[in-house]
Design a protein around this ligand. Structure first.
Ligand code: ZN
Ligand code: ZN
Length: 123
């Protein structure tokens, strides 16, 4: 391999390492934000189009009994549920699956009340 070939390989390797570090950092940050729920975990039921909150103890007990099973909705017993969010604006307080992002400013807004969300709720 000639010299410029080696340099090219070196640059590629460096880029890969940097990318790996950035991704590792990014995912650990996401885990920290999404797993830190002092008030429990928030879930959305697709059938009810409404949400519910499960405490970490409830969740732990459920998974101990039925590992990997979907969390059933307490209102309709449906299992088409997924992790959700709750709007932090008290006059709204509604549940949704994911925030909307405005095209102009790239800000995150609540899909229910269309108010801007603090970054913690934004993904
Ligand atoms: Zn339901
Ligand atoms: Zn809202």
């Amino acid at each position: 391999m000639n010299k410029s070939g080696k340099i090219a390989v070196g640059i590629l390797l460096t880029a890969l390492i940097v990318w790996g570090v950035v991704m590792a950092f990014k995912s650990s940050e996401e885990v920290r934000e999404s797993e830190d729920f002092p008030d429990g975990t928030i879930w959305m039921c697709v059938d009810c189009d409404d949400g519910f909150v499960k405490s970490l103890e409830d969740l732990g007990a459920f998974y101990q009994e039925k590992p990997g099973a979907p969390i059933p909705c307490p209102k309709c017993d449906g299992t088409r549920t997924s992790r959700g969010k709750k709007c932090p604006h008290t006059e709204c307080g509604k549940f949704y699956i994911s925030a909307l992002r405005t095209r102009e400013q790239g800000k995150y807004i609540c899909p229910r009340c269309k108010k801007e969300l603090p970054s913690l709720h934004a993904h």
